[in-house]
Write a protein that binds this ligand. Structure first.
Ligand SMILES: Nc1ncnc2c1ncn2[C@@H]1O[C@H](COP(=O)(O)OP(=O)(O)OP(=O)(O)O)[C@@H](O)[C@H]1O
Ligand SMILES: [Zn+2]
Length: 400
């Protein structure tokens, strides 16, 4: 294939990209800007897949894909670069393969790593634009702080249930960062994952596509550089809303004036900032260090096998407890337990209490509450809950 020396595009690429190149204010210069641009997409899930797909198709010259997770069958309803054949494969590899088939000219960096405060700057610094396609609060703050530190725009997407949001942070003369808008992390109860709250695939498709669109606009120079937040709700009329945003906050601890500043990214504990650990963050490799307060399902099983009767408190609702439960476990719904934890300490002598729920989040709250009234007994929540029990210990235990 011949290369057009004067323009920098291959001859076949005129045909390939012609439909976008003939647009007003796009032209050959726009296409060349895309070709020379580098974009890193953090998270190759519901948002990352469509974003990557359109960026690759449009001819962005270099794409980085950061994700440490593997493809699961439950991802296929929305994470459209993965397929039945790539279940079990690392998402970065699976997504990389898909977009490679779509566009063999572009450079693709497959990065199988979780973004932590220790590696964020080094992994992201060589790209022009950063896309936040992740799903958890610590990573959102980490990405925003890193974008501020590196002086790069952050195209951030979020989607849950029937709703989605899109915003470009740290862009333009005085565009705000994520911390300007959300100085405090969301309450822990409001940070559920798609697994917990549900999500409709096309909603992530819309937001992920818009992330690609905003990115292309920034690269080509079509973006008005005014800060706004785009809100989508599939079941509202109208479905779309945009809110103008104020400029950078002078007192912002990340992008504001010197004296209000947070410490370095490397020194910041983003998980602690977001209110402490959620078991699924640990399970999903988002946390480096592990506290002594939790038990893996396998150690609960070993304890039951060795000692027969162990003390297990199940904090799900009675209805859920009625669907399935661990033999010998005692049902104390979360709200009841947290209202008066002392009431639910075991009468018989025991050295250890396990607290379990469906997915391993409520149990952590309950274990904290029990610890606040009892310090002699080892109180542990069961990481991953009954879901993990079914997946790792007893495949006949129902998953619902
Ligand atoms: N710190 C991080 N570093 C790298 N990738 C991350 C980080 N945090 C989240 N991700 C990735 O972002 C993606 C988010 O996508 P999404 O929520 O659609 O997927 P999921 O977590 O597989 O879904 P589900 O909640 O249904 O299990 C995941 O693939 C996840 O691994
Ligand atoms: Zn800020």
């Amino acid at each position: 294939m011949s290369h057009n020396e004067t323009s920098g595009l291959h001859l076949d690429e005129y045909r390939r990209y012609g439909r976008q190149m003939i647009l007003d204010n796009f032209g050959l210069p726009g296409q060349l800007k895309l070709q020379q641009a580098s974009v890193v997409v953090v998270g190759a899930g519901g948002l990352g897949c469509p974003a990557l797909q359109y960026l690759a198709a449009a001819g962005v010259g270099r794409l980085g894909i950061v994700d440490h997770d593997k493809v699961e069958i439950s991802n296929l309803a929305r994470q459209i670069l993965h397929s039945e054949e790539t279940v079990g494969m690392y998402k970065s590899i699976s997504a990389g393969q898909s977009i490679r088939k779509l566009n063999s000219r572009i450079k693709i960096d497959v990065i199988i790593e979780a973004l932590h405060s220790s590696n964020a700057v080094s992994l992201l610094q060589s790209y022009d634009i950063i896309l936040d396609c992740t799903d958890n609060a610590p990573t959102r703050y980490l990405l925003s702080d890193t974008a501020v530190r590196l002086g790069k725009p952050l195209v951030s997407g979020a989607a849950q249930k029937y709703e989605g949001q899109l915003c470009v942070y740290n862009f333009g003369v005085d565009g705000p960062c994520y911390r300007c808008l959300f100085p405090k992390p969301p309450a822990i109860e409001n940070t559920g994952t798609c697994e917990e709250t549900g999500i409709l695939g096309p909603v992530t498709g819309i937001i992920g596509n818009m992330q690609a669109l905003e990115t292309i606009k920034i690269i080509v120079g079509l973006h008005d550089q005014k800060a706004s937040m785009f809100l989508f709700s599939a079941i509202s009329v109208p479905a779309y809303r945009a809110v103008k945003l104020r400029s950078r906050r002078k007192t912002c601890s990340a992008c504001g004036e010197e004296d209000a500043k947070i410490g370095t990214i490397e020194e910041t504990d983003y998980v602690a900032f977001c209110g402490g650990q959620r078991p699924n963050w640990e399970e999903r490799g988002l946390i480096d260090d592990k506290p002594g307060f939790r038990a893996k399902v396998k150690s609960l099983k070993d304890d039951i096998d060795a000692n027969g009767n162990v003390c297990v408190i199940d904090v799900r609702s009675p209805t859920e407890f009625g669907i399935c439960n661990l033999p010998g476990s005692r049902n104390v719904p979360l709200y009841q337990l947290t209202a008066n934890p002392a009431l639910y300490l075991p009468e018989e002598k025991t050295s250890r209490i396990y607290v379990v729920c469906r997915l391993g989040n409520d149990s952590q709250i309950a274990a904290d509450a029990l610890r606040s009234v009892e310090s002699d007994i080892m109180i542990q929540d069961v990481v991953g809950g009954l879901r993990a029990w079914s997946e790792q210990v007893d495949s006949k235990f129902p998953i619902y």
